[in-house]
Design a protein around this ligand. Structure first.
Ligand code: ATP
Ligand code: MG
Length: 407
């Protein structure tokens, strides 16, 4: 293969003013860490460009690793030659012959970062295109809507040529803005909310409330599998899951409070526990997959009554998105198929028939005072099971066959 390197361009980072270099440093650290499985790679940082020398490592796997790094605008496989028109034409032709075997429309796009080069960008593009056309039979120029754009970048250290630019994830490098705690259910929304937090530079831990024996081992497997998908975007591909056994507290709510308030009060308990776990572990914010108006517990009145138990910032990245937009993202990050597995969640097990849609804060407080919930909260926290989930090697609690049987 003629391509011997990957040229990486940063995204939003370049508008970060004085903090730009901190952001670039963090992004580079993340790239190196995600690529540590490939020992022969060499990394070259050159102003606002970053080059990964492949040295024989598999380019598709390296690109797969880059597909999980935030802060990148794009990356392309490229080859380098001397900044000399004849050498540029020669390399462009070789690349085209190797990469494009069928009838294809193309254009050449030149960027001249090295202004000492004696020709304009347009002149270079025309010269290269003419040379390619003269020496091939299957290429047709189309400057408006080409199938392939041959990119020529003239820089003072050399000229880079590439044909495929892969769009990066954008966003900010994960972990640059500290740690958050994601409330992860088995649904479609919360994993997407987690991904969007990571995209804004927030590394995640995950908290999940389960109600054994009412929720099964398959539900736990679902949460582990969802967490594993998010782990690909984390430092060292790892994510920590706090599994909170919630049954006793849930039962106490159902025994002591009116059924119509059960969901509201249950969610107030979840928030209290999540906040306590977050404060203990250095998470600066809570995040969840709430979506305005989606269900009874997500009306504005409900949000007001539920949110009142916390003082921590709570970020709801999918709060205003349409379900279809959320599903599209869930498919993109590979969580959708896991989320639709038909397993029970702790909320669905105890769901009352008529949950209140306009809960009153005073009533929540009045009902909660009927039982000593703090003791039950403390018990929940003491019994948390901490599970470390790693991308690529998820814990297997149930077999694939058992999962397939449920559909
Ligand atoms: P999702 O599709 O994410 O499950 P949902 O539409 O089912 O969301 P709810 O069940 O009302 O909505 O939950 C709203 C949010 O509360 C979830 O997105 C999640 O962040 C959090 N949550 C709900 N159930 C749990 C749970 N068992 N463990 C942890 N967090 C939960
Ligand atoms: Mg849910």
């Amino acid at each position: 293969m003629l391509y011997d390197r990957i040229l990486v361009k940063y995204g939003e980072l370049t508008v970060k003013g004085k903090n730009k270099y901190t952001f670039i440093k963090h992004t580079i650290k993340t790239i190196k860490e995600k690529c540590k499985k490939f020992p022969k790679l060499e990394f070259i940082s050159h102003y606002e460009r970053f080059y990964i020398m492949l040295n024989g490592e598999p380019h598709d796997k390296v690109i797969h690793a880059l597909n999980h790094v935030f802060g990148l605008h794009s990356y392309s496989l490229s080859a380098k030659c001397k900044t000399d028109l004849e050498k540029i034409k020669e390399l462009a032709l070789k690349i085209v012959k190797e990469e494009i075997k069928e009838k294809t429309t193309f254009k050449v796009e030149t960027k001249r970062a090295d202004k000492r080069f004696p020709m304009t960008s347009i002149e270079v593009s025309k010269n290269v295109a003419a040379h390619v056309l003269r020496n091939t039979e299957h290429l047709i120029v189309d400057v408006k809507n080409p199938q392939v754009t041959l990119q020529v970048e003239i820089r003072n250290e050399g000229t880079y040529i590439s044909t495929k630019e892969i769009k990066g994830l954008g966003g900010l490098p994960v972990g640059i803005d500290g740690n958050g705690l994601l409330m992860l259910s088995g649904g479609i929304d919360s994993p997407v909310a987690g991904f969007l937090m990571q995209k804004r530079g927030v590394a995640l831990d995950v908290i999940h409330f389960s109600s054994p024996p009412y929720t099964s081992i398959s539900s736990k497997q679902k949460v582990i599998d969802l967490a594993e998908k998010l782990a690909y975007y984390q430092h060292h591909d790892k994510i920590k899951v706090y599994d909170v056994p919630f049954t006793k507290l849930q039962k106490a709510i159902y025994e002591n409070c009116p059924k119509s308030y059960a969901i509201t009060i249950m969610r107030r308990m979840m928030y209290r526990i999540a906040q306590s776990v977050a404060l203990k572990n250095g998470n600066l914010i809570l995040a969840n997959g709430e979506n305005v108006g989606q269900v009874a517990s997500q009306t504005l009145h409900s949000m007001y009554a539920i949110n009142a138990v916390t003082t921590m910032p709570i970020i709801r990245p999918v709060a205003t998105m349409d379900k279809l937009e959320i599903i599209k993202l869930a498919r993109k990050i590979g969580t959708y198929d896991i989320s639709i597995r038909p397993y029970e969640d702790c909320c669905t097990v105890f769901i009352p028939e008529n949950p209140v849609t306009r809960p009153e804060l005073e009533k929540c407080i009045e009902y909660e005072n009927k039982f000593s919930y703090q003791q039950l909260i403390d018990e929940c926290i003491q019994s948390i099971d901490v599970i470390s989930v790693e991308a690529g090697s998820p814990l297997q609690l149930v077999t694939d066959d058992e999962i397939n049987h449920l559909f």
